[in-house]
Design a protein around this ligand. Structure first.
Ligand code: GDP
Length: 520
């Protein structure tokens, strides 16, 4: 930002301090709003670039998703305290270990994948081979994430203990799930291993809470399970898959990664580590990503079994190290375009905008230069008139205005001397300013004539034009490729390129003056 605004980094830090923008360390990632404030403080008129913004935000979802690869459903288990959520998650998690899926212990990273084969789940025609469970403890975390717009869950499994029934937090979950049209709910009546359990009462209670269970003609599936013994867990998994199948969950793999932070913590030797759940695209090791107010260059990625991985596809939770500072759960994870071309385009757009702004300032300068020039001219004329009337004889002087007008016209007919110019500048705003500043240079004997003006670096055709018209090339904030410079010197075409408008004016003035007849 300092580079773009052409100030020292310290100046940015000072402004940030004055504006109370918080941490002004050199590697702080600024949001568009804060960067705009700083730019405005330096009298720029920033525009938040939607093109650049688009470059970091995920592409819109394609309208036809049927050809995209299937992705695992993301499931959150919720329910009243002590109804068995943790036990259920533990059993599901250890099932994946038992199935020989991992080399050892499972790691708690905020989410885990359960391969369908680990619970001998019967599925028909599904493309998805796993189910991803979030195990962020409690639904406070879930609500906090949702409050931040991070709706990562597709399915909520509402756990209701068969020996306890509908409780306050059960109702909260029901409210949450029914309010959100995007999330599907499945009821799991838990602790069904206990003797003397009758789930029918619970189902009726749920019905009176507005939960329309399938067996009563509604569309909410209900399964009887035991997190402790594993009873009915295969049925639960089948139900999850069936619900996911109806939702037809799909996501592109071949895209810049987009996802959310599920958890973040400091780890010894690794620094800030965050669990990222990719929802679209693929996250690769080495990718630069931003999340909230921080960023990472993905250094290491590990899966839920602690195994190192080099990429993460949709629905796959991974821990990511390489963060600049700790991100916050619920932060959106975005990957800027990796293409250098796209990055260059954004940079050019921003630079051009700043140059346009400079051009406006230049325009103001030019206006004051021209105003001064006009005043000078009038003063000289007045002096001239004063001396001629003072030194003149008694005869009345001829009316000065028509006399000088006809003299000027004559001179013009006689072939007034011209400095022919081909003007090049970096942006259209500066072209206007430069032309405005130089076209007024000269007098009735020699003046500037602008043959052509344009945006961009000096080219061979500029040299050709200058040669045929006997003109010179004037450049402002542009460069001259070496071969073009060679052509110009070979063709004896004068070439002056500058980044300072006053020097450009001086150069033109000097050349116009040189055209004037020598006063002997
Ligand atoms: P949470 O607060 O919802 O996470 O509930 P926990 O998983 O911590 O379980 C609370 C208590 O219920 C613990 O003592 C568990 O052992 C017990 N429990 C959980 N699931 C079952 C189950 O399926 N059957 C039986 N009999 N007890 C269970």
């Amino acid at each position: 930002l300092a580079k773009l605004l052409r100030v020292k980094q310290d100046r940015i830090a000072d402004i940030m301090y004055d504006l109370e923008l918080g941490n002004s360390e050199y590697d702080r990632v600024l949001k568009a709003d804060d960067a705009s404030l700083i730019a405005m403080e330096l009298e720029y008129n920033p525009v938040v670039d939607d093109v650049a913004a688009f470059d970091i935000y995920p592409e819109p979802m394609p309208s036809d998703q049927s050809s995209l690869p299937a992705r695992p459903p993301i499931v959150t288990i919720m329910g009243h305290v002590d109804h068995g959520k943790t036990t259920l998650l533990d059993t599901l998690r250890s099932a994946t270990v038992a199935a020989g899926e991992s080399g050892g212990i499972t790691q708690h990273i905020g989410a885990f994948s359960v391969p369908l084969n680990s619970l001998s789940v019967q599925t028909s025609g599904t493309n998805s081979k796993t189910v991803t469970f979030l195990d962020t403890p409690g639904h406070a975390a879930f609500s906090a994430m949702r409050a931040r717009g991070a709706n990562v869950t597709d399915i909520i499994v509402l756990v209701v203990a068969a020996d306890d029934g509908v409780m306050p937090q059960t109702r909260e979950v029901i409210n949450l799930a029914t309010k959100d049209s995007k999330v599907q709910m499945i009821v799991a009546i838990n602790k069904c291993d206990k003797p003397g359990i009758d789930a029918t009462n619970i189902k009726h209670d749920l019905l009176s809470e507005g939960v329309e269970l399938e067996e009563f003609g509604g569309d909410i599936p209900c399964v009887e399970v035991s997190g402790l013994t594993g009873l009915g867990l295969d049925k639960l998994m089948e139900t999850i898959i069936a619900v996911a199948e109806i939702s037809d969950l799909r996501a592109e793999k071949n895209l810049r990664a987009h996802g959310h932070v599920l958890e973040a913590r400091m780890e010894k030797g690794k620094g800030a580590v965050a669990t990222v759940l990719v929802s679209r695209g693929t996250l690769n090791r080495g990718d630069p990503i931003v999340a909230g107010a921080t960023w990472a260059k993905v250094r290491q990625m590990t899966d839920d079994k602690g195994r190192a991985v080099t990429s993460a596809t949709p629905g796959m939770p991974v821990t990511v190290s390489g963060w600049d500072s700790l991100p916050v759960a619920g932060d959106e994870v975005l990957a800027p375009s990796p293409s250098k071309k796209a990055a260059d385009e954004v940079k050019r757009a921003v630079t051009n905008r700043i140059r346009e702004k400079e051009a406006e300032t230049l325009m103001d300068d030019v206006q004051s230069i021209n105003e001064k020039r006009r005043l000078d001219r009038r003063r000289r004329n007045d002096q001239l008139l004063a001396t001629s009337s003072k030194g003149g004889n008694a005869a009345p002087a001829p009316a000065p205005a028509p006399a000088s007008a006809s003299a000027y016209a004559q001179d013009e007919d006689d072939g007034i001397k011209e400095l022919r110019l081909i003007v090049k500048a970096d942006v259209s705003g500066t072209i206007e300013a430069v032309v405005g500043a130089i076209e007024g240079i000269g007098n009735k004997e020699a003046r500037v004539s602008i043959i052509q003006s344009g945006v961009g670096d000096v080219t061979d055709s500029d040299v050709a034009l200058a040669k045929t018209t006997d003109g010179m090339i004037l450049g402002f904030n542009v460069s001259v490729p070496r071969n073009v410079e060679g052509m110009a010197s070979q063709a004896c075409v004068p070439l002056h390129v500058d980044t300072v408008i006053y020097r450009l004016i001086e150069e033109v003035t000097a050349r116009v003056t040189a055209l004037l007849p020598k006063i002997i």
